[in-house]
Write a protein that binds this ligand. Structure first.
Ligand code: CDP
Ligand code: CDP
Length: 232
């Protein structure tokens, strides 16, 4: 099979949007097609939240959470387990790939993500990783704050009902016992904090391509975006 050559692919692609809008699935597929690396920055905020829970740090104590965020070592590597997760997440030397996806982390991750020092520490790491380009970076504030000069910015939207349904199917497929209403409630909770915070709130950059994916499959979204890249 011939690999398609793109004339002028964007060196950095920012993908933002609310939880379960498809950012990581689509971002990872785009990165694979382009031969780029991808970075899901949500992993970093999840790592901070997990570490705070583990260390019994009060997530409402901004100073303590920020101290922890400034010290944390996060290593994200291609998965070795073949367990459906694209990346292994090593926090301070220990594998916590699945722990960071727990309902307990979901419940407090947006709370720890509001603190300016936490955001500064994560943003600095993210910019270092992006400095050589050829990257798809996925998050909430990539197009607006982390990489304001990204050559392509995508903002994925979908209704909370559709997003909850997607997460529900995903969790069921992993053999988890889940409740659709609880998932929807957890998404709403995070959306509200992520959109309402003072620093780096969730919103599309002015120059972002905003795509509502309620009625689009993953394949359709990827085809559409690859079409835009091919026509540049
Ligand atoms: O995968 P999902 O969309 O559920 O969430 P995530 O991308 O793993 O992000 C988890 C949380 O981290 C978000 O709800 C935000 O509170 C925070 N986050 C952020 O504040 N900024 C980012 N660039 C990425 C994530
Ligand atoms: O990274 P984010 O939290 O934005 O979403 P994701 O983890 O990539 O996607 C959540 C789930 O929705 C995954 O199981 C995707 O396969 C699914 N999805 C979908 O069914 N249709 C889309 N257009 C986008 C995502």
């Amino acid at each position: 099979m011939c690999e398609q050559i793109y004339q002028n692919p964007p060196a950095t692609i920012a993908i933002d949007g609310p939880a379960a809008s498809g950012k990581s699935t689509i971002g990872n597929l785009l990165a694979n097609k382009l031969g780029y690396i991808s970075l899901d920055t949500g992993i970093m905020y999840r790592a901070v939240a997990y570490k705070a829970i583990q260390a019994k740090v009060d997530v409402y104590d901004g100073e303590a959470v920020s101290d922890l965020a400034e010290r944390i070592q996060i290593d994200i590597r291609p998965s070795t387990a073949g367990d459906g997760c694209q990346f292994d997440v090593i926090i301070d030397g220990e594998d916590h790939t699945w722990d960071i996806r727990s309902p307990e982390v979901n419940q407090v991750v947006s709370e720890v993500s509001v603190y300016p020092r936490v955001r500064n520490a994560m943003t600095e790491l993210q910019r270092k990783i992006a400095k050589n380009g050829r990257i798809v970076m996925i998050g909430r504030d990539i197009g607006t704050v982390v990489l304001p000069l990204a050559e392509m910015k995508i903002y994925l939207e979908a209704s909370v009902e559709v997003r909850a349904q997607r997460r529900y199917i995903e969790e069921l497929a992993r053999g988890k016992k889940v409740c659709l209403d609880e998932i929807a409630e957890s998404l709403r909770h995070r959306d509200e904090i992520d959109s309402g915070r003072a620093v780096a709130p969730l919103r599309p950059a002015e120059d972002a391509i905003v795509l509502n994916t309620d009625d689009m499959t993953v394949y359709e979204v990827v085809e559409y975006l690859m079409g835009l890249i091919a026509r540049r």
